[in-house]
Design a protein around this ligand. Structure first.
Ligand code: ADP
Length: 465
C-alpha cells in the first residue's frame, strides 16, 4: 500500500527506468539482427555501430516522447481523481504504465461516483430547504418558464404550475419586467411590489435574482415575500392612533371652548357657569375613561400570550360585579337577574381581568337595554368541559352585519348613541383580548327588536391546565 497522504500526486513511479526499458525492448530486435550479421561477418564492426547507434537514438527519443505523453495522461487523471485516492494498486500495477493507468482510472471512477452521490444529496437538501420556506419560490429557466416551484408556491399558484410561462402564475407587468431584466442579463437582481386585488387583498415584495453560473434550465430564482399581515398591522396601528386622537380631541375641544366661554362672555352668568361646569365634568370624565381603557388594552395585549393560573369560581365573582352595577341598573329601572349554577367547575383566570370582562358586558347590557327591562346573567356548563356565562339584554338588538366587527377597537353600531351613553368604543375590544388570554371564546347572538346575548365560554381549570 502507498503511504502517500491523500490528495498528493502519485504519478508514475520509475519514469527513467521505464524509458530505458522501453528503449531496450524496442531496440532489442534490431540489435539482435545486427549482432547476428556482425557475428557472421556480414557487416563490419564499424558498419554495425553506424547502423545501431542512430536507430537506437531514434528509438530512445521515441520512448522518451511516449513516456512523457503517458506521464501527462497519468498526471491529468490523477488530478481529476483528486482526493478520491482509495485504490492505490500493488507494485505490480505500478510496474507498467498501463497497469498504473488502470489504477488511476479506477480511482477516477470512484471519485466520479462519490461526486454523483454528493450532487444527488445536495439536490435533495436544496429541495428540502426550498420546501421548508414559508414563502413561494420559483426557479425560472432562460426562457422564463417555471422550472421548479417550492411547496408554498405550488400551494399558492396550483400544483401544475411547473412547465408554464411565468405569466400563468403572475401577470403583473412590473414582476414580468423584473424577471425579463434578470433573464436577459441586464441586471443580476430586480425587485417589484405585487398587490393582488380583492378578495385576496394580499401584498408581496418580489425579488428576482440571477443564479450564479446560470444553466439553461435554471437561470433565475423568483421569491415572493408575503407582506399582507405586516401591512395590515401597519394600517391597524395608524388607524388606532388616528381614532384615539380623534376620540380625545373632541372632548378636549369642548373643554377648551367652555373654559373660554367661562373666562369671557359667561364670566358673570352664574346659571350658565353651573351648567357649563357640569358639561366640562362629563367631558373630562369621558377623556379619563378613554385613557383608562387605552391603558387597559395595551396592558392586556402585552400579556395576552401567558395564560393566567389562578383558579377561581365564577359565581361569587359574577355576584360581586352585579352588585357593583346595581345602582346603574336602578337608574334605568332595570333589574339584574342572576341564574348562577354554583356547582360549575372553577376556571383558571385572573380575577381583576374577568371582573372587567363581566363588568363591561353587563354595563353594555344596561346601557343598550330598554329601560324597565331585565338583564339576565346566567352561569352554566356546556359539553366538553366548557364553562359558559351568558349576559342577555332586552334592547333593540344589533344588525347581523355588525356582529363580526363589534370587538374591533372603536367600532360602534351607532357612534352618537355610544358617546351619549359615555361609551369609549373600546369595551368589547378589551373583553376579546382578556378572553383570548384565558383561551376562551366570545359568542354574540342578537335578534333585532328583542335584544342580544353575549356568551363567554372558557375551559374549566382542569381542562385548561
Ligand atoms: P362602547 O363603549 O361604545 O359601548 P363597546 O366596545 O363596549 O363600546 O361596544 C361596541 C359597540 O357594540 C357599541 O358601541 C354598541 O354599538 C354595540 N354594543 C355593545 N353591546 C351591545 C348590546 N348589549 N346591545 C346592543 N349593542 C351593543
Amino acid at each position: 500500500m502507498s503511504d502517500q497522504p491523500a490528495g498528493t500526486l502519485r504519478t508514475m513511479r520509475y519514469p527513467v527506468m521505464r524509458w530505458l526499458a522501453l528503449t531496450l525492448i524496442l531496440g532489442m530486435p534490431l540489435a539482435g539482427v545486427i549482432g547476428i550479421a556482425w557475428m557472421s561477418d556480414a557487416v563490419s564492426t564499424r558498419a554495425a555501430w553506424a547502423i545501431v547507434l542512430p536507430i537506437l537514438g531514434i528509438i530512445a527519443l521515441f520512448s522518451a516522447w511516449h513516456t512523457l505523453a503517458a506521464w501527462r495522461v497519468l498526471r491529468s487523471t490523477d488530478e481529476i481523481a483528486g482526493m478520491g485516492q482509495r485504490t492505490t494498486g500493488s507494485d505490480w500495477d505500478a510496474l507498467t504504465m498501463i497497469g498504473e493507468l488502470g489504477v488511476t482510472m479506477e480511482r477516477l471512477r470512484q471519485t466520479l461516483l462519490d461526486e454523483k452521490g454528493q450532487v444527488a444529496l445536495q439536490t435533495t437538501t436544496a429541495d428540502a430547504i426550498l420546501n421548508a420556506l414559508p414563502d413561494p419560490v420559483l426557479l425560472l429557466d432562460g426562457r422564463r418558464t417555471i422550472a421548479r416551484a417550492n411547496f408554498a408556491a405550488r400551494k399558492f399558484f396550483g400544483n401544475d404550475i411547473v412547465g408554464n410561462d411565468l405569466t400563468v402564475a403572475l401577470r403583473h407587468p412590473t414582476v414580468l419586467d423584473a424577471a425579463d431584466s434578470v433573464l436577459s442579463g441586464e441586471t443580476g437582481m430586480a425587485a417589484a411590489d405585487l398587490n393582488l386585488p380583492v378578495p385576496d387583498g394580499r401584498s408581496f415584495s418580489v425579488r428576482v435574482v440571477a443564479l450564479p453560473a446560470a444553466r439553461e434550465d435554471t437561470a433565475a430564482v423568483l421569491a415572493l415575500h408575503d407582506l399582507t399581515s405586516l401591512r395590515k398591522a401597519e394600517k391597524m396601528r395608524a388607524d388606532f392612533v388616528a381614532n384615539a386622537s380623534h376620540e380625545l380631541r373632541t372632548p378636549l375641544a369642548s373643554l377648551v371652548g367652555f373654559i373660554e366661554t367661562l373666562l369671557g362672555p359667561a364670566k358673570d352668568d352664574e346659571p350658565a357657569r353651573i351648567r357649563f361646569l357640569g358639561i366640562m365634568r362629563d367631558q373630562a370624565g369621558r377623556m379619563s375613561r378613554l385613557i383608562q381603557d387605552l391603558l387597559s388594552l395595551s396592558q392586556i395585549e402585552m400579556r395576552e400570550h401567558d395564560q393566567p393560573s389562578e383558579v377561581l369560581a365564577l359565581a361569587p365573582l359574577l355576584r360581586d360585579v352585579a352588585a357593583a352595577l346595581e345602582p346603574q341598573a336602578k337608574a334605568k329601572q332595570m333589574q339584574i337577574r342572576l341564574d348562577l349554577n354554583d356547582a360549575v367547575a372553577p376556571v383558571a383566570g385572573a380575577r381583576d381581568e374577568l371582573m372587567q370582562v363581566f363588568q363591561n358586558l353587563i354595563d353594555n347590557a344596561i346601557k343598550y337595554g330598554r329601560a324597565e327591562t331585565q338583564v339576565e346573567v346566567r352561569l352554566g356548563e356546556r359539553d366538553g368541559g366548557w364553562i359558559e356565562v351568558g349576559i342577555r339584554d332586552h334592547g333593540d338588538g344589533i344588525p347581523r352585519e355588525h356582529l363580526p366587527r363589534l370587538t374591533e377597537r372603536f367600532y360602534r353600531v351607532d357612534s352618537a348613541r355610544s358617546r351619549d351613553l359615555g361609551g369609549t368604543g373600546l369595551g368589547l375590544a378589551i373583553v376579546k383580548h382578556i378572553i383570548n388570554r384565558h383561551r376562551g371564546r366570545l359568542v354574540i347572538e342578537s335578534e333585532m327588536g328583542k335584544g342580544s346575548e353575549f356568551m363567554v365560554r372558557m375551559p374549566g381549570a382542569d381542562r385548561s391546565r
